[in-house]
Ligand binder design. Structure first.
Ligand code: BG6
Length: 459
């Protein structure tokens, strides 16, 4: 890498690793009350990071991390609807952040990663209500003020696309399919308002700190060269990615997105004073989460709210790319070049520095007879993807960091511990947390060499 300041990092999120769901004065989060299928791990223990945080930071230091992309648990910092800060929660993050800094690791902190206090959903409907914008702002203010000078990078919201498309994490259950969809766009609009209010606030509290969204990058290729399919791919990217990034960066919908929403009676309710909020701030960077690419083809169909890609629209169908190799957990296949394609497009549309905040491969893993994990497949996935970042950098695109998902094995967002992404294995099963012993995988040592020599050459 030419860029000597490059932030080599690794990622986690609070609810996926911390455990201790009811310790230290923490309130229940939406992710704590969500129903988990029988026999699947939940947030109660997760990777037990709450009790292993020091050991985890020592491992990060051994790995050579320059940054650690982590999350704060909103319900640990503000347990209930009174929004009173919980001193024990803040003390937990104080110790963690201070120790990271002592080890020379820059904390890169996400404020909102798929969870909020359940009390806010019960009190006023969570993101359905504009009260959530004020609640989020209060939470952000506590964090910005308390960690001023120590946290220099903030993420407003992780994957607004997924966070709002899974409304059980953000609002009460809505049985009517059309209404549910309407609410998804409404809560997403509230999230955008909250994000802009927080970005503006940080400028006054700590002007030297940087802030931005983390985008769930959607790389959609046309399934064929038919012009209709090319248009379908464009539409899918617009409605699964750019509509949200446009709100984060420009504070407005593209003409296409606005019309699309209005034609389907999905356009959110807005107030005249919102425009000043939405256009009053701009992010410093865009975080990119990327796992795989997909294809789209033109096809008129009714909305099917049960499929994960329903947001792509009712004019196109999202399907797997027949040219890619699929694996057990990566059923759309893997595509390193997609990382390059997607990031180039983002830069061309927004002209902001970018950092990869998540990128990884899920695999079922258990300790071998030698007590180790020989994950050469993970090395291969990471190598191919980092090489695309090196290509972007060589071509002059401003990428300032790369964080594999995940540092340690985490509780999947919806599939427990059966699929694993970590550089460090957590010795637990779905139902038995055992001691959550940490075991370094082969990929840990490989990534350590990449960081040490500042790039993949020869590795
Ligand atoms: C991203 C999220 O969407 O993908 C992570 O930011 C998540 O929280 C990751 O864990 C992988 O998805 P999953 O569903 O395999 O856990």
């Amino acid at each position: 890498m030419k860029n000597r300041e490059f932030l080599w990092g690794a990622s986690t999120s609070a609810f996926q690793i911390e455990g201790a769901y009811n310790e230290g004065g923490k309130g229940l989060a939406t992710t704590d009350v969500r129903k988990v299928p029988e026999g699947m791990a939940d947030t109660k223990v997760a990777a037990d990071h709450y009790h292993h945080w020091k050991e985890d930071v020592d491992l990060m230091a051994e790995l050579g991390l320059k940054t650690y992309r982590m999350g704060f648990s909103w319900s640990r910092i503000m347990p209930d609807e009174t929004l009173t800060p919980n001193p024990e929660g803040l003390a937990f993050y104080d110790e963690l952040i201070d120790y990271l800094l002592e080890k020379g690791i820059e904390p890169f902190v996400t404020l909102y990663h798929f969870e909020c206090p359940q009390a806010l959903v019960e009190a006023f409907g969570g993101w359905k209500s504009r009260k959530m914008v004020d609640a989020y702002l209060k939470y952000a203010e506590v964090c910005f003020t308390h960690f001023k000078g120590r946290v220099k990078y903030w993420v407003t919201v992780n994957e607004q696309f997924i966070a709002t498309a899974a409304p059980d994490l953000a609002m009460p259950y809505e049985p009517d399919a059309h209404l549910r969809s309407k609410w998804i766009y409404q809560i997403s609009y509230h999230v955008s308002l909250a994000e802009h209010a927080a970005m503006a606030l940080l400028r006054t509290v700590d002007p030297s700190a940087k802030i931005g969204p983390v985008n769930s990058m959607q790389v959609v290729y046309p399934l064929t060269s038919k012009p209709e399919d090319v248009l379908a791919a464009q539409e899918a990217e617009e409605m699964m990615e750019f509509y949200l990034l446009d709100m984060s960066v420009y504070g407005q919908y593209s003409p296409f997105a606005a019309t699309w929403l209005k034609q389907r009676d999905l356009y959110p309710e807005t107030l005249p004073e919102d425009e000043a909020v939405l256009q009053g701030s701009k992010p410093d960077f865009i975080g990119v989460n990327y796992y795989f690419s997909v294809c789209a083809k033109a096809e008129k169909k009714p909305f099917d709210f049960t499929t994960s890609f329903f947001w792509a629209g009712d004019d196109c169908l999202v399907v797997a790319n027949p040219n890619l190799k699929k694996t057990e957990w990566m059923n759309m296949g893997t595509d390193a070049i997609g990382l390059y394609n997607g990031m180039r497009k983002i830069y061309e549309r927004y002209r902001l520095p970018m950092i990869v905040t998540e990128n990884g491969i899920a695999v079922s893993e258990s300790l071998g007879e030698d007590g180790k994990i020989h994950d050469d497949y993970r090395e291969e996935y990471l190598r191919e993807h980092i090489q695309q970042i090196e290509k972007l950098e060589a071509e002059g695109y401003p990428v300032f960091g790369y964080c594999p998902w995940s540092f340690i094995d985490v509780l999947s967002s919806h599939q427990g511990f059966s699929k694993r992404y970590g550089l460090v294995f957590i010795d637990r099963t779905e139902t038995d947390p055992k001691m959550c012993e940490r075991v370094k995988k082969d990929s840990f040592y490989w990534y350590q060499s990449v960081i040490a020599q500042n790039g993949t050459e020869g590795l």
